[in-house]
Structures are given as C-alpha cells and as structure tokens.
Design a protein around this ligand. Structure first.
Ligand SMILES: [Zn+2]
Length: 173
C-alpha cells in the first residue's frame, strides 16, 4: 500500500513537471474520472465526490450506463441531498449502486432502496457499452463473464478478439 520511499526518492526529476496540480483538481482527491465520460463528466464528478475519499473514487462500469447512473443520482438527490455513495460497479451483468441515505426516516430509507433496485433491474436491459436496448448475456469462457450487451456490441467484442457473448437463458429447473 505505502510507496517505497527508498525507491521513489531517486527519480523525482522525471515527474517533477507534472506534480504541481491546482488544489481544486478533482484528481488530487483521488477521483478517477472516466476518459469516456464525455458530456456526463460534470455529473459523474458530482457523484464521485459523494464517495468518501479513502474508499476509492471510481466507477467500475462502461459508458453505456452513465446516463442510468446519473438519472438514479438525480432521483436520490431529490430524496436526500446529502446521500453518500460507497461503490458503483457492474456485477453479474447488472449495475450495483451502493449508497446510503443520511435520513433515518424509514419511509425515506425504503424509497431510497426502491429507487436503487429499479435502476439495478433496469440496467439488465441496457447495453453497458453503448446504452442501447440489450439482454443479459454470458461469455463462452471456462469461467463465464456476465454482461448486459446488445447484439452489435457483442459482435464488435468478438470481432476484436475479445469475449464472445450470447444471451443468457435461465437454466430449466
Ligand atoms: Zn451496445
């Protein structure tokens, strides 16, 4: 975890030109703003700023879901302007938005959870890559990866030598 001081002390000259950053630079707060954020950049910074700095401020999913995340964020803001984000990632092909309300009112808590649930379920119909309509899919790897991906993006992944996805079908009982 800690930088090895003996190792890093010798080559300060190499990075010297890039080390001075504006104090307001979000990077200094440990944020990893996605390179592909595009028009969503400001909104994603606002969301990342809600993650406590030591928790790791990044979004672990592809750009097709950014609009989903931002829409959910706006609904949560209406409910609780001070809500906190813990982690945002893809798991088993679905969005996971870990967040907590600062308001202890059980009605607010319930509504907060319901909003997150709806967005997470909805993510399983939105291509994580491009944001178009998609299906939960599974790769043909020995250890299959799940991803909600549209036919075009799945074809592009296979053509580029990446994972090969096919729509996931619930196994019969
Ligand atoms: Zn797609």
């Amino acid at each position: 975890m800690m930088l090895n001081e003996a190792e890093s002390s010798g080559d300060e000259g190499q990075t010297g030109g890039q080390r001075f950053q504006h104090p307001e630079d979000p990077e200094i707060l440990g944020m990893e703003i996605p390179d592909d954020a595009g028009p969503h950049r400001e909104a994603l910074i606002e969301i990342l700023s809600r993650i406590p700095p030591h928790w790791g401020r990044w979004i672990d999913c592809e750009a097709g879901w950014y609009h989903l995340i931002i829409e959910l964020h706006e609904h949560l803001l209406d409910l609780d302007p001070n809500y906190v984000v813990q982690q945002i990632k893809q798991k088993y092909g679905a969005l996971r938005y870990y967040a907590g309300s600062s308001i202890s009112d059980p009605v607010v808590q319930e509504r907060f959870s319901a909003l997150v649930d709806v967005a997470e379920r909805f993510s399983k119909s939105v291509c994580e890559v491009c944001g178009e309509q998609a299906r939960l899919s599974v790769s043909d790897d020995p250890e299959p990866a799940y991803k909600t991906i549209c036919a075009d993006c799945a074809a592009a992944s296979a053509a580029a030598g990446g994972r090969r996805y096919r729509p996931y079908v619930t196994p019969p009982r």
